[in-house]
Structure formats: C-alpha cells, structure tokens
Design a protein around this ligand. Structure first.
Ligand code: DX5
Length: 214
C-alpha cells in the first residue's frame, strides 16, 4: 500500500486555518482539520463549519472531530464541504448512526481511537468504515511525544484487516512514522513536524522517504 501524508491543522480561527492550508496545499492531497470542543479534549479550536462554505482550497479536507456527541454536528461539517469525517469511538453512543449519515451523503468516514482504547472495543466497526485513525498521543495538543505502545495495536489491526486504511496521528516524524508504517499503517497524520519545519516540502518528503527506507 502506498503511504499518504496528511498534515494536521490546529487553528484558533479561520484566518489561521486558511494560512496553514496555503502553506501545505501544493504538497499533499488531503489536509486534516483538528476540531476540538474543550469537552472531549481539554483544548478548544476553530469550530465554525459554515465559514468553510465559500472557501475552495486546492486540497480535500477531512474533519478530525475531537468533540463529544459528534452525531449532532457531523451534518454541519459535511454541508460545509469536508470530504471525510473522522469521529472518536469514545465520544458517541451511536457510531452506526454517524456512519449512516456519512454513507447517505457519500462522504468518507473514519473512526479514531485513543491510545488507551483497544481494538476489541471497536467491534467490527473497521468493516464498516473507510479508515481507522489510531492516536499516538492523548488527543488535544500538537507537539506531544509518540506513545510507541500503540505499535502493537497497529500490527493487530493490520493483521485483522489487510485492506483497511490505517492512519496514525500524534507524535509523527520520520522516525516514528517509520515504526508506524512498518507495523502496517498507510496514512501518517503530522502536525508540528510539518508546520514547525523550515521547508514544508522537504518535511513531507522526509516522512515519506525515511518511512519507506529499509
Ligand atoms: C491530537 C491531534 C494532534 C495533531 C498532530 O492532539 O490530532 O495529534 O493532529 O499533532 P502532532 O503531529 O504535532 O503530534
């Protein structure tokens, strides 16, 4: 499977979001919007899908909803034009309803799981979604250290589902991305490594080439 690099953006407001998208959009196909409600995670980010309505970036946008009761808000993000919804299995009592909403609107859907959530807790959800996003950090902030304890979870999920898109998000740099890819991940979500780099193009390429090197 080829490896996709998706830059993750934590933005305080729409202006910052657009600035960060413009920094990376020529080097990638997808950008992840980190959406935090200060409730599911102890941080609060830009959170106004209606502001996306008349904005047409040169990349596909996915919304990583680190919010409680995502079922209440998924429709707003889809109507705003995001092409993939990623919600946390820990944040909802009705994951199937969210998956159905996305399927009805022909939008990709992924489920994110926190470091302490075992893959047994997602049941057969991996059979119903387009992606499982495994968090390598406790969600809420960028720049945290990768928890290598999740490598075994990546391996177990890949063994169980050879064709699933498995993303890893949190603490990703060339070295940790290599561990994630060797364990079976094929999507790497990186925030600080890309946005704190001198050269964004080099940073994206470095993750890709280093990760694929033997
Ligand atoms: C959860 C967020 C962050 C972000 C990536 O806190 O989802 O993981 O996307 O941040 P870095 O790449 O800086 O760990």
């Amino acid at each position: 499977m080829s490896v996709e690099i998706i830059p993750a953006i934590i933005a305080k407001n729409f202006k910052e979001l657009k600035e960060k998208i413009e920094i990376v959009e020529q080097y990638v196909r997808w950008v992840q919007l980190d959406i935090m409600d200060g409730n599911f995670v102890p941080n609060f980010t830009w959170n106004k899908p209606a502001e996306l309505k008349y904005y047409d970036p040169g990349v596909f946008l996915e919304a990583h909803l680190m919010i409680s009761e995502p079922e209440k808000y998924v429709g707003d993000w889809i109507d705003a034009g995001v092409k993939r919804i990623i919600f946390h299995i820990e944040a909802t009592s009705d994951p199937h309803a969210i998956i159905q909403i996305c399927r009805n609107k022909k939008i990709d859907v992924g489920v994110a799981i926190n470091p302490e959530t075992d893959i047994e807790q997602i049941g057969a959800i991996d059979e119903l979604v387009d992606m499982i996003l495994i968090l390598g950090v406790t969600p809420g902030f960028g720049g945290q250290k990768f928890k290598s304890s999740i490598v075994s979870k990546i391996k177990a999920l890949r063994k169980r589902n050879p064709h699933l898109t498995i993303g890893v998000d949190g603490g990703m740099n060339p070295k940790t991305a290599k561990q994630a890819i060797e364990a079976g991940a094929n999507v790497i979500v990186a925030g600080s490594y890309i946005f704190e780099s001198e050269d964004v193009e080099k940073a994206v390429d470095k993750i890709k080439t280093y990760a694929n090197s033997q």
